[in-house]
Design a binder for this molecule. Structure first.
Ligand code: 6PG
Length: 234
């Protein structure tokens, strides 16, 4: 496990975008949503602004079951900040269709993964998965209240947000752990305690889905800013 700590979220995003450009432009990448990736998307599109029709394959770690125009759509944030000026070939952007009835889109997205990714031991394998982390220890849309229901799933799952009940489609733990490389991209002091518990395997870490992210490739890295890593450096 590699832990990379940067003074600010801006410096983190600058270094992580450089790493992705140097190592993953020709591969398959699964993106998370939420607020953390916004800086990364902006840095990537700024650094690649002269490029056109790159063949990077983009997928989502999870998507809220809302229309793509919704401000809650993970795809919308990427479309507005990363997929601009035809930098990337739109044929290789595989969004989860949040507007489709979840049970139907689940089948559809499982098929998209099987058709567009390498299959390793019957499970789709991404080159890179970028994960966020919730302060309750969730990652993707693998939430503590229902995580155990999905532990043996080898495909995508339909999750429910613990407080809003909002449906989401998410990669399963097994698909995430089948990736060649997994990166946790986490910033802010709100995550410092859960990061400490997960990395140091203490406190409530066993109740956190993020604790079970352990790629078979062993290629797992954390990209943290000072605020998020504060407990680690005490
Ligand atoms: C989502 C994400 C989710 C996110 C964490 C962290 O759809 O919301 O995939 O897993 O990564 O909740 O969210 P923030 O980046 O907003 O803290």
């Amino acid at each position: 496990m590699n832990i990379n700590i940067y003074k600010t979220k801006e410096e983190l995003s600058d270094k992580l975008s450089d790493y992705i450009i140097q190592n993953h432009l020709n591969g398959s990448i699964a993106l998370s949503g939420g607020s953390t990736p916004l800086l990364l998307f902006k840095d990537l599109s700024k650094k690649l602004k002269e490029r056109r029709n790159l063949n990077t394959k983009f997928f989502w770690v999870d998507e809220r079951c809302v229309p793509p125009e919704s401000d809650e759509s993970n795809y919308k944030m990427a479309k507005e900040n990363l997929f601009i000026n035809n930098i990337f070939n739109s044929q290789n952007i595989f969004r989860i269709k949040g507007e489709i009835e979840p049970e139907k889109e689940l089948i559809n997205y499982n098929n998209i993964l099987s058709e567009n990714l390498l299959i390793d031991k019957k499970i789709p394998s991404f080159d890179l998965i970028i994960l966020g982390l919730g302060d309750d220890g969730h990652t993707a849309s693998l939430f503590p209240h229902e995580f155990l229901n999905f532990r043996n799933k080898e495909d995508c799952i339909i999750a429910s947000h613990p407080s809003s009940g909002q449906k989401r489609i998410s990669l399963s733990e097994k698909i995430i752990n089948n990736a060649k490389e997994v990166i946790f991209h986490v910033t802010g002091s709100g995550k410092k305690y859960v990061i400490d518990e997960i990395i140091n395997k203490r406190g409530n870490y066993k109740s956190y889905p993020a604790s079970y992210i352990s790629p078979k490739s062993t290629n797992l890295s954390w990209y943290l800013d000072f605020e998020a890593s504060e407990m680690l450096t005490k």
